[in-house]
Design a protein around this ligand. Structure first.
Ligand SMILES: [Zn+2]
Length: 310
């Protein structure tokens, strides 16, 4: 974590209710690409308890680049007066279901929501403010400003560019073995890159990709087309079980925030390889290694996850 973020987060901690799941490990390794599906799911649960049933009476946009579409002017006009009916999730996207439209929100690296009174001073990282009829404000904060929001009509949601190419959710009902076999068998790319590809499966990021491959005994650099059907079946089972378990645990929380609604996850206690370079493999006692696969830091056990076919 860079210094600016850390300083801000210390300040934020004092301020109270926070809907985020970020990370500071007991290792010196840099954390990449948070949050993933389980952390977004956790934020969704927190938001649901806090804001469903409330009406948006106005919006202020302090950093226009956060709003992807429509124009900032139209965004503000259209969202005004709409009630928050539900909070859903698709992949790593939060979906605020409103009276007429859906607000699609992607937190990217460091986006977070915070509900507070209008009297609480804004921080320099507050970029979008939704005023609510409860006299509270839902504020979007983002140290890196990578997050994006779109406002779309409900009927157009599935065809929105951020939604239409997303692969299935990593659940038993939606991720079919036959689909995964087809998707992997046609690609030369390393399986780690395939897991990160939101078009193949939605919601997996760097942490859970490493944990899934470890669980499935598959080397992260093996090409999709080199995996046999049994391995892909095993991979599917690991995708589903690791993601389910991470959702149950509320995701991975490495930096701890005060949050009255349990948004702090505990999956960090379950991580077998991620962030554990040079530590001992829990299964075979071999040393866990870190390599780069497609630019991404990748943790694996060279003993349990062999490079060649079994
Ligand atoms: Zn091992």
């Amino acid at each position: 974590m860079e210094t600016a973020g850390t300083t801000q987060n210390n300040k934020d901690q004092e301020a109270g209710l926070f809907l985020a799941s970020f990370i500071e490990f007991n290792t010196k390794e840099r954390v990449e690409n948070m949050p993933e599906l389980p952390e977004v799911e956790n934020v969704r649960n927190g938001l649901k308890q806090l804001i469903v049933g409330k009406r948006i009476t106005g919006a202020r946009v302090l950093w226009p680049n956060i709003i992807k579409d429509p124009s900032v002017t139209e965004f503000k006009q259209r969202i005004e007066g709409q009630e928050i009916k539900d909070i859903r999730r698709r992949g790593k996207f939060l979906l605020f279901v409103l009276s007429r439209d859906v607000l699609i929100s992607h937190l990217r690296m460091e986006g977070k929501y915070r509900l507070e009174g209008p009297e609480v001073p804004l921080t320099k990282h507050t970029h979008v403010i939704f005023e609510l009829d409860s006299k509270e404000e839902l504020r979007y904060l983002d140290v890196r400003k990578f997050g994006k929001m779109s406002l779309v009509e409900k009927a157009d949601l599935d065809e929105h560019p951020s939604m239409r190419s997303l692969g299935p959710e990593p659940t038993d009902d939606t991720l079919e073995t036959i689909y995964l076999i087809k998707a992997l068998k046609k690609t030369e790319r390393p399986v780690k890159a395939c897991l990160l590809d939101q078009k193949i499966v939605a919601g997996i990021g760097n942490i859970y990709a490493d944990e899934i491959l470890y669980d499935a005994y598959i080397h992260p650099e093996r090409k999709g087309k080199e995996l046999n059907e049994d391995e892909i079946k095993r991979l599917r089972d690991s995708i589903i079980s690791i993601m389910n378990r991470a959702v149950e645990k509320g995701g991975t929380t490495i930096r701890t925030y005060a949050n009255a609604y349990g948004a702090e996850g505990s999956y960090q206690e379950c991580l077998a390889v991620y962030g554990r370079t040079e530590e001992v493999c829990p299964r075979c006692q071999h040393t866990i290694r870190k390599i780069k696969v497609g630019q991404r830091g990748t943790h694996y056990c060279p003993q349990c996850q062999k490079a060649g076919r079994e």
